[in-house]
Design a binder for this molecule. Structure first.
Ligand code: MG
Length: 258
């Protein structure tokens, strides 16, 4: 049934190929739904690469002892992550038993998969603007240590995080997540574009992508999980979709030409 529906949708899509662009597919928190994997793990990157996703997104915190680790939530066992030392978290078993990784471990794995793009979300640190900028500098330095500047993009909700990343990595693409800046304002901040919540798919926001494109910006949308939303993203000409279902998105977009 599911397969049939997919086929029907793919055929519908094929008829519109000349009109639509093909959004690039980014696996949200990696391809964590793959068997045996989990979010923000080294294996979620491995599996996203094996799937052929354009990119793997993941979340990075800067700990109180100036280390970079992968984790999503702002609290770990009830304590703010930004108040913890890396050793309090690193190595802790994730839901699949895999150890919670450092950014070093994740980037080491990235080197084994040269075709996937690294979409690094730098989390919002509330202690100070200075601290947020320090973390940005540490991230940029770490990515350069691995020689991964060319295939790393940055995303962040915090305006200061984005500004810090642009300052320390002026050649990198930095996308703003928080949804409250117009294309013109994104451009003025020297960001590469928007990475906004799926509200952008609503018709009321239809003009956003066109305006952004006119300014030379790119548009990504999260988290696009349903087939109809994935198709809408293609119809609107979005550059990227960030999804928990990268296998579905890749399959759907096979019928869409670039
Ligand atoms: Mg994230």
């Amino acid at each position: 049934m599911k397969r049939t529906l997919l086929l029907v949708l793919a055929l519908q899509l094929a008829t519109l190929t000349s009109l639509w662009a093909q959004p690039k597919v980014i696996a949200h928190r990696g391809y964590w739904r793959a068997e045996g994997s989990t979010q923000n793990s080294v294996s979620s990157l491995t599996r996203a690469a094996e799937l052929g996703a354009y990119g793997a997104e993941f979340d990075v915190w800067y700990t109180v002892d100036n280390q970079l680790i992968l984790f999503h939530d702002s609290k770990f066992n009830g304590t703010e992550v930004e108040q913890l030392n890396a050793a309090d978290m690193v190595g802790t078993p994730l839901p699949n038993g895999e150890p919670l990784p450092t950014l070093d471990e994740y980037l080491t794995e990235a080197l084994r998969h040269p075709n996937i793009r690294i979409i690094l979300e730098y989390k919002t640190h509330h202690n100070s603007k200075e601290r947020q900028w320090e973390g940005a500098e540490a991230i940029v330095r770490k990515v350069a240590e691995y020689g991964l500047q060319e295939r790393t993009d940055y995303i962040a909700f915090s305006l200061e995080a984005c500004r810090g990343l642009v300052h320390h990595a002026p050649d990198a693409k930095v996308y703003y997540l928080n949804g409250d800046l117009s294309p013109r304002k994104l451009k003025n901040e020297s960001f590469a574009g928007a990475d906004y919540y799926k509200l952008i798919l609503l018709d009321v926001n239809k003009g956003f992508t066109k305006k952004a494109h006119r300014l030379g910006l790119e548009v990504n949308v999260w988290t696009v999980n349903k087939e109809e939303e994935l198709l809408k993203a293609a119809e609107l000409g979005l550059d990227y979709v960030t999804t928990d279902y990268p296998e579905l998105a890749i399959e759907l977009y096979k019928g869409v030409e670039n």
